[in-house]
Design a protein. Structure first.
Length: 268
């Protein structure tokens, strides 16, 4: 079963882009994180991207840094995150779940050990942010052995020759970062997204998703017109962060935010 390919195929059949939702696993605590993920999955998320909480998240802006800090302070460990994946997979057998992770979290326990346990929990793929294709041979081999896909990031500054190299190493989908810098909500997205996605498509048949900065339905609409999927992270994580004193309200608030953002997915 290739849940990732199936998710993009379903979105295409419905004449829309796929919605990829990011949350930091374990934020703000395990029980609330599980309820938050359930709310998004029931709300129609096509792919759930779970951040592995890390002490030095270099690609993340303040919103996601604080989410990782909250998770770590409340006991989020790699084992706890795998338990979260296992719990979600039992309830949602068909929705892809991928890790957004820093390489040290994967390398430290042993590549084969990590990928084997992740696959057994029900994971579908890994996006290792700080592991470029040139350094990824071990991860690629271990992932293939465990049946996991490997997603890679392409930046606005990536030249065509390097896009081709990244695309050749990737599986599942490719993740285009809409702007230079770290994660976080933005008021506007750059006009360069459409030509950038077109250039990436010259080098691959994999689906292309676009993320970083997406905070409102208009952004989703802008991306959905040209890409296979839209990634929203900080706007959802902020929905959690503003309700820490009333954690029981988080799932409903996430459902409402997701419904608002999903209005931009349809294609004409």
């Amino acid at each position: 079963m290739d849940r990732i390919a199936d998710a993009f195929a379903r979105a295409r059949d419905q004449k829309r882009a796929a919605f990829v939702a990011y949350l930091c696993a374990g934020d703000p605590d395990h029980a609330t994180s599980l309820a938050a993920c359930r709310a998004l999955l029931h709300g129609g998320v096509d792919i759930l991207e779970l951040g592995l909480p890390f002490t030095d998240p270099l690609a993340d802006g303040l919103t996601n840094q604080l989410a990782a800090q909250r998770a770590l302070e409340n006991g989020a460990t790699p084992d706890a995150v795998l338990r979260l994946v296992h719990e979600l997979r039992a309830e949602f057998p068909f929705t892809p779940i991928v890790f957004y992770a820093y390489y040290n979290m994967i390398y430290s326990p042993g590549l084969e050990n990590f990928t084997r346990r992740a696959a057994a929990a029900g994971l579908d793929g890994i996006l290792a942010l700080d592991c470029p294709p040139e350094e990824a041979a071990g991860l690629l081999a271990a992932s293939k052995k465990s049946g996991l896909q490997n997603i890679f990031i392409i930046a606005p500054t990536t030249p065509p020759a390097r896009i081709a190299r990244i695309a050749a190493a990737a599986s599942g989908f490719l993740y285009y970062v809409s702007l230079e810098g770290v994660t976080g909500e933005r008021a506007e997205l750059p006009p360069s997204i459409a030509p950038a996605v077109a250039e990436i498509r010259r080098h691959t048949k994999l689906p292309v998703v676009v993320g970083f900065g997406v905070s409102k339905a208009a952004h989703v609409r802008q991306i959905a017109a040209v890409a296979d999927g839209v990634v929203v992270g900080s706007a959802l994580v902020n929905t959690i962060a503003t309700r820490l004193e009333d954690r029981a309200s988080i799932p409903a608030a996430l459902s409402a935010k997701l419904a608002e953002l999903r209005t931009g997915l349809a294609r004409g």
